[in-house]
Design a protein around this ligand. Sequence first.
Ligand SMILES: [Zn+2]
Length: 247
Amino acid sequence: MSVLAEHHRADGTPGRRRLVRGALTAAVALGAGLAAGGGSEGAASRAGPHGPRPGTPEAALRELSAGNARWRTFHERHPDATRTVRQALVGGQHPFAVILGCVDSRVPPELVFDQGLGDLMTVRSAGEVLDDAVLGSIAFGVVELAIPLVVVLGHQSCGAVTAAVRAAGGLEQLPGHLRYLAEQIRPAVDRSLGRDARVDAAVTQNVRLVRSRLAAEPDLAARIATGKLAVVGARYELTSQRVHRIR
Ligand SMILES: [Zn+2]
């Protein structure tokens, strides 16, 4: 999917605020950051009390990419947290992306994508491990709220992945529910690699496997087939604070 190929178009939801996004060129350039590893500083405008709302997978990716560019260059806007927005949100929510991320305290989605109230539906589990509650939560966002984008967000130096690597190598006996997490991550572990490379590669491969499983979920697959939804993998680097796409 190319985020560069398609222009933003307003969604068709009646009553939803539709404002033409400014600085489209800058936003498209930033879209490349999440999509292809490039990117530069700049941002799409976010005029109005709570809009505009990205209505397509490509527009949602551009918004996240612009927000991460603000975050990593210390130009955060902390949008959508004003008194007006809080009141506007009493009547309902129209988040534009689901972020399935790790529980790690260093990777809060609203911060690393510089988003605010009502913008992201966040689902977090250690190592982005899927279970019925996680799948149901994501399906709620996609099916009930018509969210056009799901991002599986892994991260550098993930403790859950590290524990899974150690357990897979027989170095550690994990208790109870931690063992469940490690078993879920284990298929991403390549034991032919050295230890540090093994953890880093497992972070990336785990994102790929989780993304593939999600994309195969019938409710999601049907929407992907019609272009209404994209499920993408991405990684957050603690060292650079940059989010980049995993393919
Ligand atoms: Zn983690």
